[in-house]
Design a protein around this ligand. Structure first.
Ligand SMILES: NC(=O)c1ccc[n+]([C@@H]2O[C@H](COP(=O)([O-])OP(=O)(O)OC[C@H]3O[C@@H](n4cnc5c(N)ncnc54)[C@H](O)[C@@H]3O)[C@@H](O)[C@H]2O)c1
Ligand SMILES: [Fe+2]
Length: 381
């Protein structure tokens, strides 16, 4: 079976190996004549990026690129990106990269036409209605990692460079108009990024699946997303060039972000402040805290996780699922403790307070109190 398809769920997705070849036509379809490709510093000089710019250039769309994007991108990156967007008189963004490049590209396309500070559009209540929706530029998203699913998301994660707090900037029109999911773009990821992003996708599904809200559509997507990661992450770890397995990981990533419209939970609530303060890799941070949070949530999700385990072909109910998580982490080289990522015990109070305030905390099946967050951090560090 060919792993190629066109999907309109939750947006237009052109899925399949080699489909980056459609980038110029996608720009034309969305009405872009002068697109700005936004990516991160690391990707800027890689072949997958320069050959994408070549394709745009050959079609008369130019090869403008903005790459002053840090991992865990911040408002300084945003201001520089908006300035580049305006200076180049651009009319749309090709957001190209992992979550960092995708998120910043989306937020540049959003913010370039707004008159209020970006923090006014944090994902709180109906704050998004403050935005001038007509001024939001179109985005084509091209993921080069398989994890965040930002390509199908309506938000961008932005770190405040001054306070080192991660905020979610949300607007329904931030959803990319077209997504090109080309698994061949992901084969060059360093193994640690393959693992970190792959487990981020798994954890999006796991937390969405575990959150208490009523959303059966997300529930189904999350379940199959977890199964896809279980089957395919070990394959891409063993053989980075396994395109079928890379394809399934790319699907799982998009599924995770679709599913987490139902909610996230304590893993992300802890990982966000840690990432913002210590600049750790987002997915890897989630992967380290996953078992402790899973155990903490056990009383509320035991049956549900047993059902997931059965679907995924794991024997032994919740315990079997927990053992699977521990074994997978070890096999994929995930550190057992956050100390290995450079996190110290000296800021636990601060991290715990931020975790409880993080919007993801609201989806945790058991209330995440400051005391609970402190205890979890102590265990994880
Ligand atoms: N918008 C969302 O819904 C959402 C969800 C989860 C995470 N995030 C955010 O996404 C960010 C993390 O994204 P990420 O995990 O994809 O990592 P990333 O985008 O920060 O990339 C990690 C590293 O991998 C490199 N890289 C990316 N693709 C590559 C490729 N194909 N070949 C070689 N190197 C490659 C990058 O240059 C970078 O150095 C965080 O800021 C996180 O907060 C957003
Ligand atoms: Fe995530």
């Amino acid at each position: 079976m060919s792993l190629t398809a066109n999907w309109s769920y939750p947006t237009n997705i052109r899925f399949g190996a080699g489909r980056i070849s459609e980038i110029a036509e996608a720009c034309v379809t969305t009405g872009m004549k002068r697109p700005l490709l936004v990516t991160d510093r690391g990707l800027a000089s890689m072949d997958i990026t320069t050959s994408t710019l070549d394709l745009m250039d050959q079609a008369g769309l130019g090869r403008a690129m903005f790459a002053e994007v840090d991992p865990n991108p911040n408002d300084i990156n945003l201001a520089a990106g908006v300035a580049a967007y305006k200076a180049g008189n651009h009319d749309g963004v090709v957001a190209f990269g992992g979550g960092s490049g995708l998120d910043l590209g989306k937020v540049i396309a959003f913010q370039a036409g707004q008159n209020r500070p970006v923090w006014d559009f944090e994902d709180i209540g109906d704050w998004w209605t403050r935005a001038d929706a007509d001024a939001i530029a179109p985005v084509i998203a091209v993921p080069t990692t398989a994890g965040t699913g930002s390509e199908v998301g309506r938000a961008g994660v932005l770190t405040n460079a001054e306070s080192h707090v991660k905020k979610i900037i949300f607007h329904p029109k931030m959803l990319p108009a077209i997504v090109i999911c080309d698994p061949e773009l992901t084969v060059g990821m360093p193994p640690v990024i393959t693992v970190g992003t792959g487990l981020d996708a798994f954890i999006h599904c796991l937390e969405a699946y575990s959150s208490p809200f009523y959303h059966p559509m997300s529930q189904g997507i999350a379940l199959e997303g977890m199964r896809l990661v279980k089957e395919n992450l070990p394959k891409v770890f063993a053989d980075p060039n396994d395109i079928d397995a890379r394809s399934h990981m790319m699907s799982a990533a998009a599924m995770g972000a679709t599913a987490f419209q139902k909610g996230l939970g304590g893993m992300h609530a802890l990982a966000h402040p840690i990432g913002a303060k210590y600049n750790t890799h987002h997915g890897m941070t989630n992967a380290v805290v996953m078992p402790a949070v899973l155990k903490f949530n056990r009383p509320a999700i035991e049956e549900r996780i047993a059902a997931a385990a059965a679907y995924m072909g794991i024997a032994g109910g919740f315990d079997g699922f927990f053992d699977y998580v521990m074994k997978t982490r070890t096999e994929l080289g995930v550190p057992d403790k956050l100390a290995a990522l450079g996190v110290g015990t000296d800021r636990i109070d601060e991290l715990a307070a931020l975790a409880v305030d993080d919007p993801s905390a609201g989806g945790n099946p058991i209330e995440l109190t400051v005391e609970a967050a402190k205890a979890l951090l102590e265990e994880c560090i």
